[in-house]
Write a protein that binds this ligand. Structure first.
Ligand code: GLA
Length: 674
């Protein structure tokens, strides 16, 4: 087994973060597993929601909310405190941690009692260094025994052990030391290694802790979530009961992603048997957030006792199929659409390696409905969306309505432009289809299509067919016209298909997608920051106008500055960014200075601040900056846009990924002829 794991880790060498140190000696004895964390830990950690603005009220309220919202019954157990819970200095007499007087006036022990009284467990945090990452309290390096003893005496049940200020002591000395110290206390404490995947903890972590971070920190953005998914999904062979890969805590509910993206985040984490640590303030959680976090069908996949992490069955240009075997022989199938356009994604019983049978039972884990399928598991998945199925071989398949693939085809703008951008006044066609993937017929199948108020909709081929036999697909088409005066913006199109089983069970499947009605660019010469885009995606918070990207919040950048040169106008982006403008064939050129903004993150390594700036006219790249680093002056780009319907500007993170890459499009001047 170890030989296999080493061979796999050689193959997986590319996933390790930069700065991997060599694995010196085998870790000392005292091996796990110890019967803890046999399924991935579930609970809460305040960091993503509050940073250092933590206090005991938040922890108590969260414990209460676990109980009152049903999250405890759904499996959430650990209420974990992150950084900034202690005073800056240890007690001079005892050498112990002192809980922060303002944030935790009642102390940690009282808090543990409060949490335990509700049938829950308390987690705490420190760093395997001289201070924690926020530098507001001491770390445990050199104090492992007394700190472990203190945590145990307080009644702590979980420790997250971070990596900051580690004095370059090898991880393989620091992390086992705390493991041994925790063990000596005699109290069962789940041990979470948080060294950001820097020393390939998946190779040694199983003997040291119950879970290990495989990546740097998550932030509340689609790009961050996606990149952590991709780093973690390849590590499936290393996870199992008592030893889990940890792609970091959840961001569900924090506002930086859409509800559909949060469902994908939750689905992917559950498929990867990741710890499910809620990272939002539950006191402000919406019903939609609670519904995602409380989805018991999806939680059951995460918590399955077999403890297998999903593997990638296929990834077809961002259309992912993940397969997670479950303890009772079922298989969880995750259909994830990373792309910007909806797509049909699917697999079959044969591809999943399921034994042959007359039919299969298919549970849709987000719609909470069960179907029968002859062996095809496929449907349209919207851009950034995820569909999860649990597939089994139930003998009572014939009681279920047939599974269907519901497909909606909208015009793509073409030219490699993602999603649907529909200019006002121009007709387009939407096609709806439903495929019967079951053994039994679908009865009384009916489509319904809803466009925004005032839009003209005409069914092109009235289709009276109501019966869809096993294996058949029926479709219909609609012509849609957004009125000429439609204001620029996003609009929802919705469609449903309804059908009945032979037992008269009604199935209602719905779909919706956002269309963008773009604003044609103004005539003459304009600063691009004064022109409305049709669509924008950015790696970290929103694209900023006339300031650098800053952080997650809108408007939090600084004046645009590239290697000391300031610019009054422009766009502050963060890789991976893509901004689309509708030109309607009226423009001739974009002229712009590009470069990495001087607002760089100091950690971990400024050489990572690199990006490539690209200008696209329809499907053609018309200018490219090459790789720019934080040390470079701005470079000037001129893009020829003659005749193009769309302009797209892209800040591409370059070969080292997109972290720390704040790219400026400075003084961008768009020239249009009419
Ligand atoms: C590191 C960790 C985070 C969080 C912060 C607290 O960045 O990786 O998860 O604990 O420290 O300062």
């Amino acid at each position: 087994m170890r030989a296999l794991i080493s061979a796999l880790s050689l193959l997986l060498g590319t996933v390790a973060a930069a700065g991997v140190s060599t694995v010196a000696a085998p870790p000392p004895a005292a091996a796990l597993p110890d019967g803890q964390a046999l399924t991935p830990p579930m609970g809460f950690n305040n960091w993503n929601a509050t940073g250092c603005a933590i206090n005991e009220t938040l922890i108590r309220d969260t414990a209460d909310l676990f109980v009152s919202t049903g999250l405890k019954d759904a499996g959430y157990k650990y209420v974990n405190i992150d950084d900034c819970w202690a005073e800056l200095d240890r007690d001079p007499v005892t050498g112990r941690y002192v809980p922060h007087h303002e944030r935790f006036p009642s102390g940690i022990e009282a808090l543990a009692d409060y949490v335990h009284a509700r049938g829950l467990k308390l987690g705490i945090y420190t760093s395997a260094g001289t201070q924690t990452c926020a530098r507001t309290m001491p770390g445990s390096l050199g104090h492992e025994d007394i700190d472990a003893q203190t945590f145990a005496e307080w009644g702590v049940d979980y420790l997250k052990y971070d990596n900051c200020h580690n004095q370059n002591v090898p991880a393989l000395e620091r992390y086992p030391r705390m493991r041994d110290a925790l063990k000596k206390t005699g109290r069962p404490i789940v041990y979470s290694i948080c060294e950001w995947g820097q020393n390939r903890p998946w190779e040694w972590g199983a003997d040291v802790g119950h879970l290990w971070r495989t990546t740097g920190d998550i932030n509340d953005s689609w790009a961050s979530m996606l990149s952590l998914f991709k780093s973690n999904v390849v590590l499936a062979p290393f996870a199992g009961p008592g030893h889990w890969n940890d792609p970091d805590m959840l961001e569900v509910g924090n506002g930086g992603m859409t509800e559909r993206e949060y469902r994908s985040h939750f689905s992917l984490w559950a498929s990867m048997a990741a710890p499910l640590l809620i990272g939002t303030d539950l006191r402000r959680a919406t019903p939609q957030t609670l519904e995602i976090l409380g989805n018991r069908d999806v939680i059951a996949v995460d918590q399955d006792p077999l403890g297998a992490q999903a593997t990638v069955l296929r990834n077809d240009n961002g259309r992912w199929i993940l397969k997670k075997p479950l303890a009772n022989g079922d298989i969880a199938v995750t259909l994830f659409n990373e792309t910007e356009s909806s797509a049909t994604i699917g697999t079959s019983a044969a591809e999943l390696g399921l034994p042959q049978g007359p039919a299969y039972v298919l549970r849709d884990l987000w719609e909470h409905r069960t179907f029968e399928s002859a062996g095809t598991f496929a449907t349209t998945v919207p851009a950034h969306g995820t569909v999860m199925y649990r597939v089994s071989r139930g003998a009572d398949w014939w009681r279920q309505p047939p599974a269907s693939g519901f497909g909606v085809d909208l015009p793509s703008a073409g030219f490699g432009v993602p999603g649907s951008v529909v200019p006002a006044g121009k007709p387009f066609t939407a096609s709806l289809s439903v495929a019967n993937h079951g053994r039994l017929p679908m009865l009384e199948a009916r489509f319904q299509f809803t466009a925004p108020d005032g839009w003209a909709v005409r069914r092109l081929d009235p289709n009276g067919r109501r019966l869809v036999r096993a294996g058949e697909t029926v479709s219909t088409r609609y012509e849609v016209i957004p009125p000429a005066a439609t204001p620029v913006g996003p609009y929802q199109l919705a469609a449903t298909v309804t059908y009945h089983s032979i037992f008269d069970d009604e199935v209602h499947r719905s779909w919706s997608e956002e269309l963008i009605v773009p604003e044609p660019v103004p005539a003459g010469v304009s600063e691009l920051s004064a022109v409305h885009w049709a669509k924008a995606a950015n790696g970290f918070g929103p694209v900023e106008l006339d300031m650098s990207n800053g952080g997650i919040r809108p408007g939090d950048g600084r004046p645009l500055t590239i290697n000391g040169r300031g610019y009054a106008k422009g766009l502050g982006t963060h890789a991976e960014a893509s901004i689309l403008y509708y030109l309607a064939g009226r423009c001739s050129s974009l002229s712009v200075d590009v470069g990495i903004d001087d607002e760089r993150d100091p950690r971990p390594d400024p050489t990572q601040s690199t990006a490539i700036f690209e200008i696209w006219a329809d499907g053609v790249k018309v200018a490219d900056s090459g790789l720019r680093t934080w040390q470079d002056d701005a470079v000037h780009l001129d893009g020829n846009l003659t005749g193009a319907s769309f302009l797209r500007i892209v800040t591409n993170g370059g070969p080292d990924g997109f972290r720390w890459d704040r790219g400026d499009w400075a003084d961008p001047v768009l020239t249009c002829t009419i």
